[in-house]
Design a protein around this ligand. Structure first.
Ligand SMILES: [Zn+2]
Ligand SMILES: [Zn+2]
Length: 118
């Protein structure tokens, strides 16, 4: 792990190179770690330590939860209002949900999503 300090807006600012590690939990994502395939290049800023971390996000940290059933959704498998309504995206679903798994779309939403993906 290498650290360098850069000046940014007149403030010293620490950039930590996390290399192959997850910037959120520190988990190893290198080849053979089991996290390699689904890792995603990521960076984050820690307000407390004023550290900017540069590295990867492991699948656990990058996955999200469905707003309707709380099941975790894999990276890129979530469905947002944009996926269903396209350019008519209302910003959220009728019940206020924003991120849904495939199973939780109502038949009507499913139909719209399919129509939009054509
Ligand atoms: Zn992680
Ligand atoms: Zn769901």
């Amino acid at each position: 792990m290498t650290t360098k300090t850069v000046m940014y807006g007149g403030e010293p600012y620490t950039v930590v190179d996390y290399g192959q590690r997850c910037v959120f939990c520190g988990e190893d994502t290198s080849f053979g770690s089991g996290n390699f395939v689904n890792r995603i290049g990521a960076d984050t800023y820690d307000e407390e330590t004023k550290e900017h971390r540069d590295g990867y996000g492991c699948p656990d940290c990058m996955s999200t939860e469905c707003d309707r059933c709380d099941k975790s959704i894999g990276v890129d498998e979530d469905l947002t209002p944009y996926d269903v309504y396209g350019d008519d995206d209302p910003g959220e679903f009728s019940d206020g949900a924003f991120r849904l798994c495939d199973d939780c779309l109502t038949p009507e939403e499913k139909q719209l999503a399919e129509a939009n993906n054509e």
